[in-house]
Write a new protein. Structure first.
Length: 184
């Protein structure tokens, strides 16, 4: 097994550690959850970079990498909704986008097409990861926000921006690839 695939597996293994820490309301646990999430997020960048640079893109990696990414971010968003730090409607938009794009990719794959992520999808991913980190650190489960109300506002704004990019990247993705939906 190559290094990028090992990094993907490591990311999946970090998810339960992240969730357990994120469910503990104490700030130390939230900070540790943020650190685990940051490391896991970095492996997302690193595994793709190494695989492309070394030319070791595998079917396992093409299959597992996006699943690992979705599991990581969606686990975080579900925890944040459960703790009241993120509105459920924002999580539903993000989840819905992932279902739509996954279904779209299945249709494209059936037609023999592989559709790479676009720039808006990459922005969506970065803003989602930033939103999770900021919500964990600046919008605590209990007690006063780390930087006061300003910190909570910053975290919320980044979360809303990530929700916006989830929606816009979905529309862009479908618009750019709508020919996949045409009947033959």
């Amino acid at each position: 097994m190559n290094l990028p695939n090992k990094l993907t597996i490591a990311r999946v293994c970090m998810i339960p550690v992240f969730v357990v820490l994120a469910l503990i309301p104490d700030f130390w646990a939230q900070a540790c959850a943020a650190a685990v999430f940051a490391v896991a997020s970095f492996t997302d960048y690193l595994d793709g970079h190494i695989a492309r640079k070394q030319g070791i893109v595998t079917n396992f990696g093409k299959f597992m990498d996006p699943i690992a990414d979705k599991l990581l971010v969606m686990s975080a968003f579900v925890v944040l909704v459960g703790q009241g730090r993120m509105p459920s409607w924002a999580c539903i938009i993000v989840l819905g986008r992932e279902f739509v794009i996954s279904g779209f990719r299945l249709v494209a794959a059936d037609a023999g097409r592989v559709i790479a992520a676009g720039p808006l999808g990459k922005i969506k991913t970065v803003t989602q990861m930033a939103a999770v980190l900021l919500l964990l650190l600046l919008s605590p489960v209990t007690g006063e926000p780390l930087l006061g109300n300003a910190g909570k506002v910053v975290a919320d704004v980044v979360m809303y921006i990530s929700t916006f990019f989830s929606l816009i990247s979905c529309v862009d993705y479908i618009a750019r690839n709508r020919d996949c939906l045409k009947e033959n």
